[in-house]
Ligand binder design. Structure first.
Ligand SMILES: *Cc1c(COP(=O)(O)O)cnc(C)c1O
Length: 434
């Protein structure tokens, strides 16, 4: 490594420590200055390579700097294509919508309209709830235990994490939290519980505008709901005239195998939110889609300066080429089996430290004994793997490799996790004396 590179590392770090707010968090787990990335590999300024099992928290399902998306973006810029457009009509926006209809909506029989709510996931969630409230004239939105829907006030009101809710600094009164599938174990039907509350005028339960759900709670610890549960939730919402919002910001865009994560249950949500991997390239981008007849918005009733980010339209359109056939879906299913087998092996090998495997598709993880998952993730970084934790007390090691990762890289990363666990467990095992 050259002296220059080295000096730059330290200066950069100092400037960040001096200037950037203490609110930053991921950099504490991964203390490097990252410089370049390609596919599933990231390099820091010192030339160290890391395998990426984090994928921008699910914003990089197609890996870093996908060549086809990059080419489309560079061409758009080279041609002086529109970059910023609010909600005026642009060529890039029309192309995105044409492709989205052709590749995603039509094949799934979805007669949905598409709204551009602003560039982030929480923008999509806020707009979804705003729409549900306008349609029903009701205020409450039901969210589930351990849910995560974003960091703005409305989204926090339907999120579970106590520390994040506290950060709001105001009472979060517009959401009601109810138990997710399996919250009380396998024997308690939490949909029957919700149904009873909604049926009984003496329950004290305010009828909500909508129920918002993640089919796999990614941030909340990779808790997943069953097909039967999700189907029952759909029926419950229809029965009570409550809108069903599927927040597919993290589990969507192929993360669980299918484009939408709810497809395994053969249901149709009323409203869907997408963001994270929607642009395909890591550019900020979100949409909210809803059944055509739910489009009761007045012009400008929801607004935002960055609803027309054409670079994101361009890369998102290129990303949709991955969905022209079922190759990605099939390869994700195959890779998911490899991950499941490896994680099952860890549960078996370390019964005192690894409790269970969770998740589906390439959104899987292992619940660990207290302190283990965080220690494993930190040590994995020293071994050259970027992997994070999830759950209210960071009890789950969460694997989020790119869907496009090669089999060799996938096995390499799984091997590094196995090594990291072995090292962490060994360091914690008291040495026998005598
Ligand atoms: C990340 C995430 C959000 C929030 O998206 P931001 O872009 O961070 O605002 C909302 N819902 C789910 C399920 C998410 O994973």
């Amino acid at each position: 490594m050259s002296m220059d590179t080295n000096m730059e590392t330290h200066e950069t770090t100092d400037t960040i420590e001096r200037l950037e707010s203490e609110v930053r968090s991921y950099c504490r787990m991964w203390p490097a200055t990252f410089a370049t990335a390609r596919g599933s590999r990231i390099w820091d300024v010192d030339g160290n390579a890391y395998l990426d099992f984090f994928s921008g928290a699910g914003a990089l399902n197609y890996g870093h700097n996908d060549p086809a998306m990059k080419r489309a973006l560079l061409e758009h810029l080279a041609d002086d294509g529109i970059v910023h457009s609010l909600d005026t009509t642009t060529v890039a926006k029309r192309r995105f919508l044409e492709r989205f209809e052709e590749v995603i909506l039509k094949p799934r029989g979805l007669d949905h309209k598409v709204m551009f709510p602003g560039p982030t996931g929480t923008n999509a969630v806020e707009s979804a709830m705003k729409l549900a409230r306008k349609i029903t004239g009701r205020e409450q939105v039901v969210g589930f235990t351990n849910a995560f829907h974003g960091m703005t006030i409305g989204s926090l009101a339907v999120s579970g994490n106590g520390a994040k809710r506290l950060g709001a600094g105001v009472a979060l009164t517009s959401g009601t939290s109810v138990p997710y599938d399996g919250y009380f174990g396998d024997d308690v039907d939490t949909i029957a519980y919700l149904d009873a509350l909604m049926d009984d005028s003496g329950s004290g339960f305010e009828k909500p505008a909508a129920v918002i759900v993640e089919t796999v709670q990614a941030e909340g610890g990779i808790n997943m709901c069953s097909r039967e549960w999700l189907r029952a939730l759909r029926e419950l919402c229809t029965k009570h005239d409550v809108l069903l919002i599927v927040d597919d910001i993290q589990a969507g865009c192929g993360r669980t195998g299918t484009f939408f994560s709810y497809e395994f249950a053969d249901i149709e949500p009323d409203i869907i939110t997408l963001s994270k991997s929607l642009s395909g390239f890591g550019l900020p981008f979100a949409i909210t889609t809803f059944r055509r007849e739910l489009d009761v918005f007045n012009p400008g009733e929801h607004n935002g300066t960055f609803r027309g980010s054409n670079p994101a339209f361009v890369t998102a359109t290129a990303a949709l080429s991955r969905w022209d056939d079922d190759r990605l879906e099939r390869s994700t299913a195959a890779k998911a089996e490899v991950v499941a087998a490896a994680l099952d092996g860890l549960v078996e090998a370390y019964p005192d430290h690894v409790i269970e495997r969770r998740g589906r598709g390439l959104l899987q993880g292992i619940e660990c004994a207290p302190g283990i998952a965080l220690a494993v993730a930190k040590h994995a970084f020293e071994l050259g793997l970027i992997v994070e934790t999830a759950g209210a007390s960071d009890e789950v090691l969460k694997l989020l490799p790119a869907l496009t990762i090669s089999d060799d890289e996938l096995n390499e990363g799984l091997g590094l996790i196995a090594t990291s666990i072995a090292d962490v467990v060994e360091a914690r095992t008291p040495v026998a004396v005598g």
